[in-house]
Design a protein around this ligand. Structure first.
Ligand code: TRP
Ligand code: ZN
Length: 877
């Protein structure tokens, strides 16, 4: 194989020919499905006459080809590995092709494949070219008419996009259904599902009075697990009407659950296809976190109907246009539906751990990359989550009302079109009258900006001077960075009053909570009429996706933790305080010095535990120490053992010092009430379970007893799973083994619960974790062909079990490389994702670096898919 070549944004040109209407007929067969396509083509008005027609196509066996009914001679077209060229075509014409494909052999899960007994498709980003010859690019938008022919017994249900218009029986026990989708769409939104499925149905009346049928299609045994997704869907539909004025536009909206799926879910027009893990829930099988994830993903895919489908991307470089905006929309929806401060804390703590790491690693890229080899490698935290942070900054910069006007303008002006990020930001500029040209750099510059802040209070003049300096570190291909436009929301909290002080800047009064704009490398802001010495509360609500350093003392942080009016920054102050203590302990561990717990952290926790909190979920977050991954992100050189030891020490010290307090919180938040995934219950459960994990931290009789009782009570999966994790992650194998066995036997029939069972075991800190991974890879419930299983076992081990994955003997790295090599053949998309922890070698000591690089080299020596090739090349560059 020759090295795959990159595609560049600067090379974009409209297609030579566009498709106005697409007619498809699928005659389904596991080994030999026939796909007939009739494309209504015409020359693109911006392209010259006489160009050849080039269509994408991979792994297709061409059976017939004709233009305007005339079969082509062999010298009239050329076939290659990745497509078809017809040398001469008219200005407007019909192209008929027939190809054969083999869904049963499709382990990549792109295009048409089989999951269990059913057929399904995944076409984003470039899967449609594995179904038929087509201009597989998002700027070609066509209406579709699709006929699906299947076996009446094996595939009683035949689904595609849009509305069903015809159905009938055929000879030989076959039947067909024809679907029409009147909305022009790119082929990445095409979907087909066929199988023995059952449905749950509901109805929704849109704000203009349109009646919509809502269906969730699942295998029969999952019929009892769809209520929450259906309720979430209806809430999302109402929210998009009320918040963005957008309603649904077809007579039916379908969701299908499939077990084998590369990602969470897919927004195919009128026929969303979901990983079963992202749609099925039941109190006995799903945790609170899973319920909330399902709600968020159902909403996300639904919101794509406008942000992505009605208005789509001109090319894949614009991916964040639909994903950043849609993630922002689903985050706001979840915030409105649940606890807004907790949603923000969860999103930011995930972001600062995982996206910051991506930005600091060899695959760092801007929200709008300028080149790629394999686009599926760019469905990243940067495109999705940093993209959402940038849209959030836009909303904050122009204000909600202008943002909504801009969004209305965007949806109206570009309806049915494939557009660019400039088109979106342009609408916001027009609606607000603001100049967003410097802001656009957020889309082209990779890396996490670092802000160094310091401040001084001048008693004599009652002034507070805040100096901010920004710098974005070099990233691959981008050595030099320009200053960004960074909105900093802040308050000055008076040390005497504990209140936000009025802010006056350049003679202008800004209230007590304001946004200042950092645009230069360095800027000074002088606040006047500051009546008492303040502690600044900076970047409230994480007002920009940056690392902000300020020389806070521990007293300052304890003060903010107790007094900041911004809930998010109160939490952040607690995290910063814990980090200072952790830093000392990590150093102590490395130097072999005795560890001493910082009493200020203990006292801060005591205060938190003694207060009556109005938001228990926020309190639970405040009592949660930074994760090992987050701590690692803060270190110049990652010492996984020191981090683990330091964090464990803090946890145990807090547990010993505040035992009665944790016990009181635990008791006060226990409940026998029937399970409901409602915000209040979720909050109480999370607080209770945080307390329980401290009570178990020193593994004394009482803690063990409480955990075992919660496990045995078997009240709901959130509590059971938490208890099981505490037992399995303890040092007591005599407790872990029976609990694991009981849980595993009880849930052997449920693949989604078995995923949890796998993850819990392989994330235990005990030294047998790696051997367990190997052992469990032979378990009958495990399969390398199923992405959920790969993530639950391999992904969880490599991503979350830091001490064992980074074992000094390199066995963790070797295991991951072996899996990558095998997956490279089966499912390149998943192989290229699962490899991530190996690509972060620069962060570790020399011995580990060498071991990790050796494994990357071993992978590179294989015959690689473009997906894995691109990642490994960057990692070794
Ligand atoms: N567009 C999907 C989403 O955001 C993402 C997706 C689902 C995807 N399946 C995929 C992307 C396969 C690439 C490949 O919700
Ligand atoms: Zn999406």
């Amino acid at each position: 194989m020759s090295d795959p070549k990159p595609t560049y944004l600067r090379d974009y040109r409209p297609p030579a020919y566009r498709v106005t209407h697409t007619e498809l007929t699928f005659d389904l067969d596991p080994a030999a499905t026939r796909v007939k396509a009739r494309l209504h083509l015409e020359r693109h008005p911006e392209r010259e006459s006489g160009l050849p027609l080039t269509l994408d196509g991979e792994r297709l066996v061409l059976k017939a080809i004709a233009i305007d009914g005339q079969p082509l001679e062999e010298d009239e077209y050329a076939l290659t590995e990745d497509g078809l060229t017809v040398h001469r075509v008219p200005e407007r014409f019909l192209l008929d092709t027939e190809v054969e494909i083999a869904p049963e052999a499709n382990t990549a899960l792109e295009g048409l494949y089989q999951s269990g007994g059913m057929y399904c498709t995944q076409c984003e980003a470039e899967g449609f070219r594995r179904i038929t010859y087509y201009p597989d690019r998002p700027d070609v938008m066509a209406t579709f008419a699709t006929t699906v022919i299947g076996d009446a017994k094996r595939e009683p249900v035949l689904l595609s996009n849009g509305n069903p218009v015809e159905r009938g029986e055929l000879p030989g026990g076959r039947h067909f259904v024809t679907w029409e989708d009147p909305h022009p769409k790119p082929c990445y939104l095409f979907a087909l599902v066929a199988g023995d499925l059952e449905k749950v149905e509901d109805r929704f009346t849109t704000m203009s009075g349109r009646e919509v049928t809502l269906q969730i299609w699942v295998e029969a045994e999952n019929l009892g697990k769809t209520d929450h997704a259906m309720a979430s869907l209806k809430r999302a539909m109402t929210w998009d009407e009320q918040t963005y004025g957008r309603e649904y536009d077809l007579d039916r909206f379908m969701i299908v659950a499939v077990n084998d799926f590369n990602m969470g879910a897919m927004e195919n027009k009128g026929l969303n296809i979901f990983n079963s893990a992202a749609v099925l829930t039941h109190p006995h099988t799903a945790t609170d976190a899973a319920f909330q994830r399902v709600e968020g993903i159902v909403a996300h895919e639904y919101f794509h109907n406008w942000s992505g489908n009605r208005v789509t991307c001109r090319d894949w470089f614009q991916l964040s246009l639909k994903e950043g905006f849609t993630v922002f929309r689903d985050q706001c929806f979840s915030a409105d539906t649940n606890s807004a401060p907790v949603k923000r804390i969860e999103d930011v703590s995930f972001f600062r751990t995982a996206q910051f790491a991506e930005d600091a690693g060899p695959t760092a890229h801007p929200i709008r990359p300028d080149h790629y080899i394999e686009i599926t490698n760019f469905y990243t935290l940067t495109i999705y989550e940093k993209g959402a942070e940038v849209v959030r900054m836009l909303r904050n910069l122009v204000g909600w009302e202008a943002f909504r006007r801009g969004s209305d303008r965007y949806f109206e002006r570009f309806d049915g079109q494939a557009v660019t990020i400039e088109d979106f930001v342009g609408c916001m500029e027009e609606a607000s009258g603001q100049d967003l040209s410097q802001f656009m750099r957020w889309y082209s510059q990779a890396g996490t900006p670092e802000i160094d802040a310091h401040g001084e209070y001048d008693y004599a003049n009652a002034e507070y001077r805040l100096i901010l300096r920004q710098r974005t570190p070099a990233t691959p291909d981008q050595p030099d960075k320009l200053p960004l436009h960074i909105p900093i929301r802040l308050g000055l909290v008076g040390t005497k009053s504990g209140r936000d002080l009025p802010l006056t800047l350049d003679g202008e009064s800004l209230g007590t909570d304001a946004v200042i704009h950092l645009r230069e490398d360095e800027q000074e802001f002088v606040f006047t009429e500051v009546s008492e010495a303040p502690v600044p509360s900076l970047a409230r609500g994480f007002s920009a996706p940056v690392k902000l350093r300020f020389p806070y003392g521990r007293e300052d942080l304890a003060f903010l933790l107790a007094n900041d009016s911004d809930g998010f920054n109160r939490w952040d102050a607690g995290q910063r305080l814990a980090m200072l203590a952790l830093d000392d302990l990590i150093a102590a561990h490395r130097n072999g010095v005795e560890k001493v717990m910082d009493s200020r952290v203990v006292e801060a926790f005591r205060t938190l535990l003694s207060q009556d909190s109005d938001d228990k979920a926020v309190l639970a977050e405040m009592l949660t120490l930074p994760s090992e991954a987050y701590i690692a992100e803060q270190q110049p050189l990652v010492d996984v053992d020191a981090i683990h030891a330091a964090r464990t020490f803090v946890k145990q010290s807090l547990a010993m010092a505040l035992r009665d307090e944790f016990l009181a919180v635990f008791e006060a938040n226990r409940s026998e009430a029937p399970y409901a995934p409602e915000p209040e219950q979720i909050a109480a459960r999370s607080l209770k379970n945080v307390a329980l994990s401290y009570l178990m931290a020193i593994e004394d009789e009482e803690g063990i007893e409480l955990v075992q009782r919660q496990f045995a009570a078997d009240h709901n999966m959130t509590d059971v799973r938490h208890a099981l994790t505490l037992l399995v992650h303890s040092s007591r194998d005599d407790l872990a083994e029976p609990a694991l066995r009981r849980f595993g036997e009880k849930w052997a029939h449920d693949p989604l619960v078995m995923d949890q069972w796998f993850s819990i075991q392989v994330t235990r800190p005990q030294p047998d974790a790696l051997e367990r991974v190997k052992f469990l890879m032979e378990h009958p419930a495990f399969s390398l062909k199923n992405p959920n299983k790969v993530r639950a076992l391999i992904g969880a081990f490599a991503g979350q079990n830091r001490v064992n994955f980074h074992r000094a003997d390199g066995e963790g790295y070797r295991l991951l490389a072996d899996v990558v090599i095998e997956l490279n053949r089966l499912n390149p998309e998943i192989a290229a994702r699962i490899i991530t922890p190996l690509t972060r070698w620069q962060r570790f000591d020399e011995a580990r670096q060498a071991l990790m690089k050796a494994e990357l080299e071993r992978i590179r020596a294989e015959e690689l898919s473009p997906n894995v090739y691109e990642v490994v090349q960057k990692a070794l560059a």
